[in-house]
Design a protein around this ligand. Structure first.
Ligand code: HXC
Length: 519
C-alpha cells in the first residue's frame, strides 16, 4: 500500500468512527431531542481543542453475534481538550452504539482518561447517555464499572469530577455520577435510577413512570441527586463550563481569579433596609447575595432542593468563593435533614478545592419534631457541624438576623474556626428566641397568673426584657465571638478585605487516615 493509500485508509476509518452507530441511529437520537456524543463535545470544549484517544478501540465479544457488529470507538468517545483555555479530560457515551452500553474495552477507555487526568491534575467530565452494562459482556462489564468507581473514589477531592446526565443512567451505573462532585441532569431526556419502573412494579407493586421515578425534576427537587437542572443538552454542557470557571484544576492549585470591574467598596444602602422590622417576616437571601457578590453573579447549586438553605459559587474581587446562606424565604431558613446534608457536602467540596467559604446566617434553629428526629437529624446536623469544623479554607461569617441555639454553633461560628465573624446590628445571637426562653424561664410564674390580660402583659414584658438583653449581636461581641458589628451597606467591602487578609491562611488538621464524619 502506498503512503497515500494508508493515509486515505486512516481518513476513512476516522470518518467511520465518527459516524458511531450510523446515520439512522443518529437521526433517532436527534428525534429524541438529544445531541450525539461528538456534537456534545463540540459544545462543551473550546473550539478545535478536542484531541481524541482510542478511536480504533473495539469490543472483544464474539458471542451473541457481536463478532459481526463492530463499531470503532465502541460506544464511548474519549480524550482531552480545553475549557476557557484550561485542560480537561472527558468521556462521552454514544447512545447510537449498543445504546451506549458499557463493555470491557469501553470501560478501559474511560479509565485511561481518568488516569491521565489524575497524572496531570485536571478535571474529568463524564457525559452520560447509556443503557448501562452491555448485557452481552456479562461480568466483564460489571468489572469495568467497578474499575471506574475505584478511580472516581481515588480522584475525589484531588481533581474536580463533573457528570452530565443526558440520557438513561440506570442500575449500578448511577454510582459513578454519584461519586463525582456535581451532577447536571437534562429535563425530559435524562433519568437515573437503581432499578427501573418495571422492576419496581414487580417487586413492590408500585406503578411509576420513568420521569416520576428518576427524572431530572425529581432528582433536582426531592432526592438531591442532581445539583443542577438544564432545559436541554446545550444548557447542560454550558453549565459544566460555568461550574469549572470557579474551580481550580486540582486540590493543590488555587481557583482561577478573573479581573473584577465591580468596585469592591460600593456601599449598598439597600442592605440597611433589607431586614424586615418584623422578625417573622421573610426576605430573599439570594437578593442579599446578589447585592454583595461581584456583578450580582451567583451560581446556585441545588437551587430547587432543600430551599431553606442556599449554596453556590460567587466571586469577590474576582476570587471564587463558596456561599452558604440560610434562606428565610423557605421555612424561615430552618435547618433540617436535607438542608444540613446539602450544605455539608458543599462546605466539604469547597474545603477540598481551596475555595474560601462565606456564610450568611439567619437561622431560627433546627426543625423540631419526630419526622426529623426519626430521620436522624442528629447525625445529619452533625455532618454540617463536622464539615465546618474540619474545613481549613478561609471562613468568613456574617450574621444578618437570627442565630439561635445549636444552629448558631453549626453555622460557622467562631469556635468552629470561623476566621472572621461579623454581625449586622439586626443580629439576634442567643440560645433561643424570646418566646421560647420566657416559656421555659417564667413558666411557673405564668401558670400562676389567672387573669388572661395580666398574663399576656407579663409575658410581653418578659419577652421584651429577654430580647433587649440577648437578642442582639453585642452579647456575642462582648465575648469576642463576633469580631465586629458592621453596617450592612458596607458588607461587600468587609468581606473582600477579610478574604484578602486570609489569602495566605495556613491551618492544618492533625494527621489521620481519614476522619469519621457521621454518615
Ligand atoms: C446491550 C443495549 C443495552 C444494554 C440498550 N441496548 N441497552 N445493548 N446492553 N444494556 C441496545 C438495544 O438493544 C438497541 O439496539 C439500542 O441499544 C437502543 O436501545 P433501545 O431499547 O432501542 O432504545 P430506547 O427505546 O431509547 O431505550 C433505552 C433503554 C433500553 C431504556 C436504555 O434500551 C433499556 O432498557 N436497556 C436495558 C437497560 C438495562 O437494564 N441495563 C442494564 C442495567 S444494570 P438496536 O441494535 O436495536 O439498536 C447495569 C448494571 C451496572 O447497568 C452495574 C454496575 C455496578
Amino acid at each position: 500500500m502506498a503512503n497515500q493509500e494508508k493515509i486515505n485508509e486512516l481518513i476513512e476509518k476516522r470518518a467511520k468512527a465518527k459516524l458511531g452507530g450510523g446515520e439512522k441511529r443518529i437521526d433517532s437520537q436527534h428525534a429524541k431531542g438529544k445531541l450525539t456524543a461528538r456534537e456534545r463535545i463540540d459544545i462543551l470544549l473550546d473550539e478545535d481543542s478536542f484531541e481524541e484517544f482510542d478511536m480504533f478501540v473495539t469490543h472483544r465479544t464474539k458471542s451473541f453475534g457481536l463478532d459481526k457488529q463492530i463499531y470503532l470507538s465502541d460506544g464511548v468517545v474519549t480524550g482531552h481538550g480545553t475549557i476557557d483555555g484550561r485542560i480537561v479530560y472527558l468521556f462521552a457515551q454514544d447512545f447510537t452504539v449498543f445504546g451506549g452500553s458499557l463493555s470491557e474495552t469501553y470501560a478501559l477507555k474511560i479509565c485511561k482518561v481518568m488516569d491521565m487526568a489524575m497524572k496531570i491534575g485536571v478535571p474529568v467530565i463524564g457525559l452520560n447517555d447509556s443503557g448501562g452494562a452491555r448485557i452481552q459482556e456479562g461480568v466483564r462489564s460489571l468489572a469495568g464499572y467497578a474499575e471506574i468507581f475505584q478511580r472516581n473514589i481515588m480522584a475525589s477531592g484531588v481533581i474536580p469530577q463533573i457528570s452530565s446526565i443526558l440520557g438513561p443512567c440506570a442500575g449500578g451505573a448511577v454510582y459513578s455520577p454519584a461519586l463525582t462532585d456535581f451532577t447536571i441532569m437534562t429535563e425530559e431526556t435524562s433519568y437515573m435510577f437503581v432499578t427501573g419502573p418495571k422492576v419496581v412494579q414487580t417487586v413492590t407493586g408500585e406503578v411509576v413512570t420513568t420521569e416520576q421515578l428518576g427524572g431530572a425534576k425529581i432528582h433536582s427537587t426531592r432526592s438531591g441527586v442532581s445539583h443542577f437542572l438544564a432545559e436541554n443538552d446545550e444548557e447542560n454542557l454550558l453549565l459544566v463550563r460555568k461550574i469549572l470557571s470557579y474551580l481550580p484544576s486540582n486540590n493543590l492549585e488555587e481557583a482561577p481569579v478573573i479581573t473584577c470591574n465591580d468596585p469592591i467598596d460600593r456601599l449598598e444602602d439597600a442592605l440597611n433596609e433589607i431586614i424586615p422590622e418584623n422578625p417573622n417576616q421573610p426576605y430573599d437571601i439570594v437578593d442579599v447575595i446578589s447585592i454583595l457578590a461581584d456583578n450580582g453573579e451567583f451560581t446556585e447549586v441545588h437551587r430547587n432542593y432543600a430551599r431553606n438553605i442556599s449554596v453556590g459559587f460567587a466571586r469577590f474581587n474576582g476570587h471564587p468563593v463558596g456561599i452558604v446562606a440560610n434562606q428565610p424565604k423557605y421555612y424561615a431558613g430552618v435547618l433540617d435533614i436535607e438542608a444540613s446534608r446539602k450544605a455539608a457536602r458543599f462546605v466539604r467540596f469547597c474545603d477540598a478545592f481551596n475555595i474560601p467559604i462565606v456564610t450568611l446566617v439567619d437561622v431560627p434553629g433546627f426543625l423540631p419534631g419526630t419526622g426529623q428526629e426519626y430521620g436522624g437529624i442528629i447525625l445529619h446536623g452533625a455532618k454540617l457541624l463536622f464539615a465546618y469544623g474540619e474545613a481549613t479554607v478561609p471562613k468568613v461569617t456574617i450574621t444578618l438576623r437570627k442565630s439561635y441555639g445549636g444552629a448558631h454553633d453549626v453555622m460557622s461560628c467562631k469556635q468552629l474556626r470561623g476566621d472572621v465573624n461579623y454581625a449586622w446590628p439586626t443580629a439576634e445571637i442567643a440560645v433561643m428566641g424570646a418566646k421560647g426562653a420566657v416559656e421555659v424561664l417564667e413558666g411557673s410564674k405564668i401558670r400562676k397568673i389567672e387573669d388572661a390580660e395580666e398574663k399576656q402583659e407579663f409575658i410581653q414584658k418578659k419577652e421584651d426584657e429577654y430580647t433587649q438583653k440577648f437578642a442582639n449581636p453585642y452579647e456575642a461581641a462582648k465575648y469576642g465571638f463576633i469580631d465586629d458589628v458592621i453596617e450592612p451597606r458596607n458588607t461587600r467591602f468587609r468581606i473582600v478585605r477579610a478574604l484578602e487578609l486570609l489569602q495566605n491562611k495556613k491551618e492544618v488538621n492533625p494527621p489521620k487516615k481519614h476522619s469519621n464524619i457521621p454518615l
